[in-house]
Design a protein around this ligand. Structure first.
Ligand code: BGC
Length: 743
């Protein structure tokens, strides 16, 4: 804090320019924020720490100004398609800044897989591959790129905060929002989303991680009371948040709609005060999900820092009264405001406010394609792939609007398609719950590769006609879909609308059938043995069709590995039916939710999520976590473990004839005292190899990923004993074994 006046003055100069720009151009809103005299604002000194700067501002603030920062200014655009306040940038949220102190408005946009609601103002936003898909790249650099694309475009659109970065691990494979998240494993999901948030921050935009915590299904999300013991919580869902928050130090964490152990997540002292703020040392602010605040005093004391979107009014006048009456101490309100202000300074949105430019759609599409090429997972290949561009004479594409586009995910993660929904052109922005196709046409790009082939398309609606056409083609590429959206879960793991029947009929007519899946999460595949090839391309984003065509024709060698297990049948899941669904009403056509009575959801599987469940119960998945094929082959050898350094070293060799990238995975099985009947992912690395090339890699094992959570000590504990260390190509294929000795 102790800095001389003159050095503060020198540091101030660039800020005078930045704040002058903020004032003059009002980059995030239509109207200028009132003029502020920067020379009177010592907190504009960039040489001070974000905490020092926040404290200086706080000392100047009136009670009303403090209250102003801790709530949003209404549902506005979400409910009316317009905003009463001209300073709003028409995102999902908006909070007035404090003009006289040079604190800008907070303009937030939903941006899980790209920026939402761009159509309202004829803006463009890049649609990236879905989160679950991008996690299949197991590539921290791709995740960073993902976040930086979103950050770049947020700034160009005039937003200074993202609402995105979902890291709820996949407990429920039918969850309607799995496509927004990063799969089932806390280490992979936490690393991916942490890097994504870092990428976002690199663009000087505030970041937000959601939905904290255990909001793992949409059915009854606003009434369900999740029950899970603290040890299991810390080792599963909360570990994903811990890792992501540790990597990115995000500005915000969004608390979720559900209850956890009897308390709403947004007024849950254990989750917010204890774990997030104390154990994780989270310095940013807790923002409620939209309408997830249920009280004033309880929520404030439990650690909620900001009510969004604001109209519900627990944190406006009621909070002021609670502070005045002493029910909420002023120090607590100051802490809320400090957290918000320090995050604004830390992210750079005060010093470098966004200035509107035109989003670069070309750069965005290239980045999206690159990520898609790493996200697509080759699940089956009976020698049919890669396709020969010149020798295939006739190719029939069937289904899922593959003539015009690729599917995207819905709800608050819906990005507006340029030109409107390619599968259902009509004026206006996309409607909630409507499956939206982006204009990235598989037919077009497959035709560009297969220059000698007659490539035709059939929409797959008439199964008989599709099978008849399939009979006379050399090869069939059958596109299937599973549209998913916030607000509802898939009732089952089956592809909807009898697409299984379509596949059976087509595969019987033409054994040379490849199935391409555009799904939000895992699906069952009763036809798995009847087709020659299967590619999971998820919702692949605006570069999806190019990425797919490059993989089909071998220009890109697939390298994606599953970020989530695929079950053979629902009977093999911890919850064979979606909990709460049996008592749920029909989908309400207005809000696209099923009305559900409050219910308890005991997560009896504990920390055994995904592959840990399959392993500990001896159930065989259809495709395991970490699995994915390549057009080349890899061999693993020579695993050695260094006890002191806690590293594992092994060699990966490309034993085939094409260049390829392998995702090498390291798992650990804990000493018997841990009583765990499963292995855990502890490290991974992408390894690019030329034909015949070998590389020896050394992976560090983070002690937390090897530890159990001791609830009495309230700390991670690395148990002494022998840890089985396994290396290989998937959770089920670990040919190398060694031992880590912990004393
Ligand atoms: C969703 C959040 C979203 C918010 C604002 C809520 O319904 O759960 O993920 O950020 O709406 O659109």
């Amino acid at each position: 804090m102790a800095r001389s006046e003159s050095s503060a003055g020198l540091q101030l100069l660039p800020l005078v320019i930045a704040v002058a720009a903020l004032v003059a151009f009002s980059p995030v809103a239509g109207t200028a924020q009132a003029k502020a005299d920067v020379s009177m604002m010592p907190w504009m000194n960039q040489g001070l720490s974000p905490d020092e700067r926040a404290d200086m501002v706080l000392r100047e603030m009136t009670l009303d100004e403090k209250i102003q920062l801790v709530h949003g200014d209404g549902w506005g655009v979400l409910r009316k398609c317009s905003f009463d306040d001209p300073r709003s940038n028409l995102g999902a949220g908006f909070t007035h800044g404090i003009d006289r102190l040079g604190i800008p408005d907070i303009n937030l946009a939903d941006s899980a897989v790209g920026i939402r609601m761009a159509a309202l103002q004829s803006r463009y936003a890049t649609l990236l591959p879905s989160g679950i898909g991008a996690a299949c790249s197991w590539d921290p650099d791709a995740a960073f790129l993902y976040g930086s694309v979103i950050g770049r475009e947020l700034r160009a659109q005039g937003f200074n905060m993202s609402i995105g970065g979902g890291v709820n691990i996949m407990r429920e494979p039918r969850n309607g929002r799995n496509f927004e998240y990063a799969g089932e494993d806390p280490v992979l999901a936490g690393t991916t989303v942490g890097q994504l948030m870092k990428g976002l921050k690199s663009q000087r935009v505030m970041s937000d991680i959601k939905h904290y915590a255990l909001n793992d299904q949409e059915t009854g999300r606003t009434v369900v009371n999740v029950q899970l013991d603290h040890k299991a919580m810390r080792e599963s869902d909360l570990l994903a948040f811990e890792i992501a928050i540790g990597i990115a130090k995000p500005s915000g964490v969004m608390c979720s709609y559900n209850l956890v152990e009897g308390d709403w997540a947004c007024e849950n002292d254990y989750l917010l005060n204890h774990v997030l703020k104390k154990n994780f040392d989270f310095k940013g602010w807790v923002v409620s999900d939209w309408g997830a605040t249920h009280s004033t005093v309880k929520a404030a004391l439990a650690g909620l820092d900001q009510e969004m979107p604001g109209d519900d009014n627990y944190f406006n006048q009621p909070l002021k009264q609670a502070v005045e009456s002493g029910k909420v101490p002023m120090s607590r309100l100051d802490d809320m405001v400090h957290r918000i202000l320090r995050s604004m300074f830390d992210a750079g949105v005060v010093d470098f406010p966004p200035v509107r430019t035109v989003v670069d759609p070309f750069r965005g599409r290239e980045d999206a394609q690159h990520i898609a090429e790493e996200s697509i997972v080759l699940l089956k290949n009976d020698g049919v792939l890669p396709l020969e561009a010149t020798s295939t004479k006739s190719i029939l594409l069937i289904g899922s609007h593959a003539d015009v586009g690729v599917l995207s995910g819905g709800g608050s993660a819906q990005v507006d398609a340029p030109g409107g929904n390619a599968a259902n052109p009509r004026p206006g922005p996309s409607l909630w719950g409507e499956p939206v196709y982006f204009p990235s046409s598989p037919l077009k790009f497959i035709r560009e590769h297969a220059t000698k082939a007659n490539v035709q398309y059939n929409d797959g609606k008439d199964h008989g006609e599709a099978a008849r056409m399939a009979r006379s083609a050399d090869l069939v590429i059958l596109f299937t879909n599973q549209p998913m959206s916030e607000g509802q879960d898939a009732p089952t793991l089956a592809l909807p609308d009898d697409q299984d029947g379509l596949i059976e009929g087509v595969a019987a007519a033409n054994p040379n059938t490849i199935v391409v899946l555009e799904t939000g999460g895992p699906v069952t595949m009763p036809w798995v043995s009847k087709v020659k090839g299967i590619l999971e391309m998820w919702y692949p984003g605006i570069g999806g069709a190019q990425a797919l065509a490059n993989i089909l024709f071998g220009e890109v060698n697939p390298s994606g590995k599953l970020s989530a297990s695929f079950a053979k049948s629902e009977a093999d899941l911890p919850h064979p039916a979606v909990p709460g669904l049996e008592t749920a009403g029909a989908i309400d056509s207005d809000d696209q939710h099923r009305k559900v009575k409050p219910f308890d959801l005991p997560y009896t599987e504990g920390a055994r999520v995904g592959y840990k469940w399959f392993e500990s119960t001896g159930k065989e998945p259809l495709f395991p976590f970490g699995f994915g094929l390549s057009y080349t082959t890899f061999a693993y050898s020579d695993l050695t473990v260094d006890d002191a350094a806690r590293t594992a070293k092994f060699t990966v060799k490309n034993t085939g004839s094409r260049e390829g990238t392998e995702v090498a995975q390291l798992y650990a099985s804990l000493p018997s005292a841990a009583k765990e009947k499963y292995e855990r992912l502890v490290a991974f690395q992408r390894v690019k190899l030329a034909p015949g090339e070998s590389k020896t890699i050394t992976l560090s094992m983070n002690p937390t990923f090897l530890s159990v959570f001791d609830t009495e000590k309230d700390a991670w504990q690395l148990l002494p004993g022998d840890y089985k260390i396994l290396a290989g190509a998937s959770s089920q294929e670990t040919p190398l074994q060694s031992t880590l000795h912990v004393r």
